[in-house]
Design a protein around this ligand. Structure first.
Ligand SMILES: Nc1ncnc2c1ncn2[C@@H]1O[C@H](COP(=O)(O)OP(=O)(O)OP(=O)(O)O)[C@@H](O)[C@H]1O
Ligand SMILES: [Mg+2]
Length: 242
């Protein structure tokens, strides 16, 4: 199995506060990974480091099989193979088409191909009817679907989802969850999902990480983590006591 991400003793400080300290982490291609943990435990920071948006302070980082030395050309090349959707996705002024086409245009994709890919990804997310609609006028759930379509249009190897359904209602969440599953299964996209919804993590993720004070407190197959957590803090967290 190829490891898409490998971290050794990766740390990140803000001021004199250490917010991330990951001794060892490996993520393989093809699965959905879930990241759980209390507020402020370092989940987003971890995601931003491995997606090459935030520079770590110490340690060794490998992304898509390459040792990261933070040269701008390397970053650009690797970042283009990954896409991120956050909890309230930013929509550019303009149509849904313009928003979904954005990443393709920055990658200098030929115009006819842009059209096909935008349509395909909107169709996949059930949003094709909105193609000419002003993106900023969409509801929160619709925006999230467009944001996922936008991420998908560039055919990323890895899709990072940082609480993609935390601002949307239960039925839209369920719909989005089914798209996430479909993308992983049909497009073989590796998905790394941060969520506070334990049920969602359980339903979607094959492997799970539990973050605690910047550390990975526990990791393993989702089933094991939920049925037989090793650390008492994991047990409490999963019972909703944190
Ligand atoms: N740019 C920044 N400057 C200063 N401190 C930061 C910065 N980004 C994150 N932090 C701090 O690092 C810690 C970890 O933040 P992070 O966003 O990774 O947590 P999280 O696990 O994603 O939390 P949440 O569940 O609330 O999203 C927090 O205490 C946060 O205040
Ligand atoms: Mg976060």
């Amino acid at each position: 199995m190829t490891a898409l991400f490998r971290l050794f003793n990766v740390t990140k400080n803000y001021g004199d506060r250490q917010v991330l300290n990951v001794e060892h982490l490996e993520i393989e291609a093809g699965h959905i990974y879930g990241i759980l943990g209390p507020n402020g435990s370092g989940k987003t920071t971890l995601l931003r480091v491995i997606s090459l948006l935030t520079l770590n302070d110490t340690g060794k980082l490998e992304v898509l099989g390459e040792h990261i030395h933070w040269a701008p050309t390397q970053l650009l090349r690797l970042r283009r193979q990954m896409a991120m959707v956050t909890q309230s996705s930013y929509m550019f002024e303009g149509s849904v088409f313009y928003n979904v086409a954005y990443g393709l245009k920055t990658r200098k994709t030929p115009e006819p191909e842009v059209k096909v890919k935008v349509q395909e990804s909107l169709e996949l997310l059930g949003m094709l009817d909105f193609i000419n609609y002003p993106a900023r006028k969409l509801s929160g759930g619709e925006k999230q679907k467009v944001a996922i379509a936008r991420a998908l249009a560039v055919n990323p190897k890895v899709l990072f989802l940082d609480e993609p359904t935390s601002n949307i209602d239960p039925s839209s969440s369920i719909e989005i969850e089914s798209y996430i599953k479909y993308i992983n299964e049909e497009k073989a996209t590796t998905i790394i999902l941060i969520t506070h919804k334990l049920f969602q993590a359980r339903k979607l993720a094959k492997q799970m990480f539990l973050m605690w004070d910047g550390h990975i407190l526990e990791q393993g197959p989702t089933r094991d983590l939920f049925h037989d957590p090793r650390d008492p803090r994991t047990r409490k967290f999963l019972k909703g006591e944190y």
